[in-house]
Design a protein. Structure first.
Length: 153
């Protein structure tokens, strides 16, 4: 289910924990407060967890948080971070192959390559609650964007 967000519910930040914490603090101080924050990387998501904790919010009971990248830190947070895993080895292999072709005088095989990602569901997200059952002021916010499978790596 998609959610259209207004510009006041988006933040553009550097990919750091500190910037994630700052952006999440801004979002969490909005009325109505978001029920979920989707972060464009795991470091920003860790900052979001910190901002939530400082406000006395429970993750995932009061706020769901997701990251992107599935770095080692995602399993070390409390709660463990739900995130999206990318096929980094395959990305590297394709990049080297494309570079070698260019160095040999050939054009790249493709300008756009799409690779599969995996949603790694851990402890930082709650089940979806239908809008009719949710508090009327609840909304979703994002610190950027991510995509499904369950893993308890």
């Amino acid at each position: 289910m998609g959610v259209l967000l207004t510009p006041d519910r988006l933040r553009h930040v550097e990919p750091t924990t500190a910037q994630g914490k700052r952006a999440a603090a801004e979002l969490l101080d909005l009325e109505p407060r978001p029920t979920a924050i989707v972060c464009f990387n795991d470091k920003v998501a860790v900052g979001t967890l910190q901002a939530a904790r400082e406000r006395g919010l429970r993750v995932p009971e009061d706020l769901s948080v997701t990251g992107f990248d599935d770095i080692d830190l995602a399993e070390a947070t409390d709660p463990r971070l739900t995130t999206v895993r990318q096929p980094l080895q395959e990305m590297g292999r394709i990049a080297v192959t494309q570079l070698m072709r260019v160095l040999d005088g050939h054009l790249p095989e493709a300008l756009h390559i799409e690779l599969a990602t995996t949603l790694v569901v851990r402890d930082s997200t709650a089940a979806f609650i239908a809008p009719a059952q949710r508090h009327p002021a609840a909304t979703t916010a994002t610190a950027a964007s991510p995509r499904t499978a369950r893993s308890d790596r």
